[in-house]
Design a protein around this ligand. Structure first.
Ligand SMILES: [Zn+2]
Ligand SMILES: [Zn+2]
Length: 126
């Protein structure tokens, strides 16, 4: 034990090699990959946890970004605002428009009315 000059309790590289050999003898070479996989899966769990946290942060950022800006000038709008504070443009998308022909409720973005079949002119194009 004094061969390496590190003392009884000192752990130098040669001692670590001896410990590795002892582990190899105790657990057998077949157990070493298992230990490696255990370590690997732990690292994966840690990594997936970090990924989830990152995704949550990103989706929060996306939710902020999806607060649509002004359809005319792109300025930030208060949620549900009907008019832009910067340019005064009416926010068409924010208004749940009915059919221009019969006034029936339309699915958001519907091009034709389900009730009368009238084509819905997009006000945003004007
Ligand atoms: Zn605007
Ligand atoms: Zn209609």
């Amino acid at each position: 034990m004094y061969l390496f000059g590190a003392g009884i309790f000192g752990l130098g590289t040669p001692e670590l090699i001896i410990i590795a050999v002892i582990l190899l003898v105790l657990f057998g070479p077949k157990q070493i990959p298992k230990l490696g996989r255990m370590f690997g899966s732990t690292m994966k769990e840690v990594k997936s946890g970090i990924d989830e946290a990152t995704k949550e942060l990103q989706s929060e950022g996306d939710a902020d970004a999806s607060n649509a800006g002004c359809t005319a000038c792109g300025a930030e709008l208060a949620p549900g605002a009907a008019f832009c504070n910067s340019c005064g443009a009416e926010q068409v998308a924010a208004i749940a428009a009915g059919c221009i022909s019969c006034g029936a409720e339309l699915a958001p973005g519907a091009a034709f009315c389900n009730e009368c079949g009238a084509q819905q002119e997009k006000k945003a194009d004007a």
